[in-house]
Design a protein around this ligand. Structure first.
Ligand code: PNS
Length: 188
């Protein structure tokens, strides 16, 4: 599945996945929405684990016209395509508007979110309850691997901007783009 092949609602598959038993032939889809400016190893950990739980996972880059980003939505999508290439059931897309509208249009009943710390929980719970109230879309919270509990795209950008070493925090393709963008080679 590629970015161009994010399925519309109502698809079927003959492949069994994990978790509770759905109706036979039902494709279990989930979405991992986010800004991904840029994708980090923490995001990739969650995406990989979601890909084990669901038949199809759409990683959706939120295009926010009012928030400035280091990378364009196309760049963010391309970095995700490159760094999730090993998964046969992960597609990358971009979206503008409400995540629940994207879910409705593509037959996705579940949002998967990583929780790094209790501090993430308040806002994430509020969004999860709102999304369920708006459209019946549920949210699955996945505890982040403790190795990545401090990791945030904003910190990665700041460290890379000043030439700090982020090679353990992002995949190599993202590291290259960060280095190219900052003009400063990363140092240890
Ligand atoms: O990586 P981020 O910036 O924490 O991701 C936040 C994101 C994009 C997942 C969230 O802001 C979102 O879902 N935005 C889409 C607009 C929307 O649906 N807003 C209402 C949420 S209740």
């Amino acid at each position: 599945m590629t970015a161009a092949s994010v399925p519309p609602a109502g698809g079927t598959a003959d492949r069994a996945g994990g978790g509770a038993s759905p109706a036979p032939g039902t494709v279990r889809r989930a979405i991992c929405p986010g800004s991904f400016d840029p994708v980090t190893n923490g995001h990739l950990d969650i995406i990989g684990r979601a890909a084990e739980l669901y038949d199809e996972v759409v990683v959706a880059v939120f295009v926010n016209q009012v928030k400035s980003s280091l990378f364009s939505s196309d760049e963010r999508r391309d970095m995700l395509v490159e760094s999730t290439a090993q998964y046969g059931n992960v597609a990358i897309d971009t979206f503008e508007g409400l995540v629940v509208d994207y879910c409705r249009a593509h037959g996705i009943p579940v949002i998967v979110k990583g929780l790094r710390a209790v501090s993430d929980f308040d806002y994430e719970l509020q969004m999860a309850q709102m999304n369920r109230g708006l459209a019946g879309v549920d949210t699955l919270f996945m505890p982040t691997n403790p190795e990545y509990s401090f990791l945030a795209s904003s910190l990665v950008k700041e460290i890379a901007k000043w030439g700090g070493d982020v090679s353990a925090l992002v995949p190599p393709n993202v590291l290259k783009r960060l280095t190219d963008r900052s003009g400063t080679p990363g140092r240890a």
